[in-house]
Design a protein around this ligand. Structure first.
Ligand code: ADP
Length: 276
């Protein structure tokens, strides 16, 4: 009957559309991979010429009898090429992380100690801005993570907190076993039975407009508050942070802090073998 024919036609049309959709998805994946390769290649190729510029600038700076004016120019070259180097390193790191080519060397990490060390190393930067930097951490906190990568995450969050907090503000680090994804912004509130550890870096800084939280972890994104305050940056740090945390099977989120400022929370799998 015509009913059966109509059915078959609809089914065929559906098949055709699905195949077309799949082709588009494949093409987008391919383009995405090409873009990642290009980014990785470009940053890799930029590394060696930048290295050459830096070493010549270094040598010139040390040259005896150099007029003060020239010395000032060379210092600019030195500073800018350092910055360029950092940018290229970040881009390369991000490209590698996002392509999944980075192996996470996860093991039992004593998180309490790692976070304390990171906090201690940021103390001078905080003091220079009279920022009250405090950490409130339980002694026995372990995660399953790559210590070098985890340290990179903590350094990123701490340096951002200090950078985006005006003089005289406060930065607080807290951590604890998490009560699960619904435990809210309060780390350490849960009983730890779900095996997640949360670390929060909260600051009393310039904050992020509510409608911009969603874009925060995209590469090159910079919030309007940061731009308006004239604070320099590349918008790569949080993209790198997110890629690292996700490579560990964790999550990173940002939320407004009560009383102004921002709170970033990283959640990672707890180490099942470690004592609680
Ligand atoms: P960068 O700091 O180099 O701009 P990031 O990727 O680390 O890049 O951060 C992206 C953006 O997120 C920043 O430009 C800033 O707008 C916002 N941001 C990050 N951390 C904070 C913070 N603690 N307080 C306010 N804004 C922040």
């Amino acid at each position: 009957s015509s009913d059966v024919t109509a059915h078959r036609e609809i089914a065929e049309e559906r098949e055709r559309l699905l195949a077309q959709r799949q082709q588009q998805v494949d093409r987008l994946r391919e383009l995405d991979a090409m873009k990642d390769d290009l980014m990785a290649m470009a940053s890799h190729e930029l590394r060696s010429p930048i290295g050459v510029i830096r070493s010549y600038a270094e040598m010139l700076r040390e040259a005896p009898g150099l007029p003060a004016e020239l010395r000032a120019f060379i210092e600019v070259i030195d500073r800018k090429s350092d910055h360029l180097q950092e940018l290229v390193d970040d881009l390369l790191d991000l490209a590698r992380l996002e392509s999944g080519r980075v192996s996470v060397d996860a093991r039992t990490v004593w998180l309490t100690r790692l976070v304390r060390q990171a906090v201690d190393e940021h103390r001078a930067a905080a003091q220079a801005k009279r920022i009250d930097l405090t950490a409130d951490l339980p002694h026995h906190l372990h995660v399953h993570a790559d210590p070098v990568r985890l340290r990179q995450v903590m350094d990123n969050l701490l340096s951002n907190a200090i950078k985006y907090t005006p003089d005289g503000g406060a930065v607080t680090v807290t951590a604890g076993h998490d009560g699960g994804p619904d435990a809210g912004a309060e780390p350490g509130g849960g009983d730890g039975r779900d095996g997640t550890v949360a670390v929060t870096v909260a600051d009393s800084g310039i904050g992020i407009p509510a409608d911009q939280y969603e874009q925060l972890f995209s590469r090159f994104f910079r919030a309007s508050t940061a731009r308006q305050a004239g604070i320099k940056g590349t918008g790569l740090g949080l993209a790198i942070t997110k890629a690292i945390v996700e490579a560990h099977g964790g999550t990173v989120t940002a939320a407004p802090r009560a009383g102004g400022g921002t709170a970033f929370t990283v959640r990672l799998p707890a180490d099942p073998s470690a004592p609680h």
